[in-house]
Write a protein that binds this ligand. Sequence first.
Ligand code: MD3
Ligand code: FE
Length: 216
Amino acid sequence: MHAVPIPSIESGTGRLNIANGAAVLHGFALDDASALLEAVEAVRVAAPFRHLVTPGGHTMSVAMTNCGSLGWVSDRKGYRYAPLDPESGKPWPALPRIFETLAERAAAELGFSGYRPECCLINHYLPGTRLSLHQDRDEKDGVAPIVSVSLGLPATFLWGGFERSDKTTRIPLSHGDVVVWGGPSRMRFHGVAPVRDGEHPATGRCRINLTFRKVM
Ligand code: MD3
Ligand code: FE
């Protein structure tokens, strides 16, 4: 079922296949990076980054916001997608056109045509910030891929198996990389190792990650 256990480089394409339906598209967002970051600035004015609290009472070290018709939120009551920003009581900012276009083009590279995510969760990492191993399982659509876009400081993505205790593979992600996670990989445990200190010309001292999600 999981037929590609070992990452394989497809020469010349800038594409790293990591499993059936999952691949890193190196530099796929480079040409759009400054426009994407401008759009993030507009989103954060309307819906600032905030540290969500987990149902267990821990404050997440990643700061998050959303755009789209639904946003991912967490509090003591649980994780869910919500149409309103709980901080403002207003709808999340709309998905910027450049976000929609990039996500659809990236998904199409892996053969997922007509990708129309309702949500873009935007994660903000300062040096030292990490995201512990988890599964993304709050989406009703467990088949559509998640598309992620890395901007700014590099990070090491931790890619696990189907049990939390499975060993993880480390995948370096840098500015402009796009990853499409579909097919059987969709429910794998994954996380991000603590971001190392540094300066990036596009973002300064932080990493921004966009994850597009087909929720309904
Ligand atoms: C693999 N974000 O927001 S993106 C998340 O870099 C999240 O901010 C990380 O994990 C980040 O939930 C990683 C890549 C990603 C997203 C979802 C996945 C990889 C995935 C779902 C299944 C498998
Ligand atoms: Fe995730």
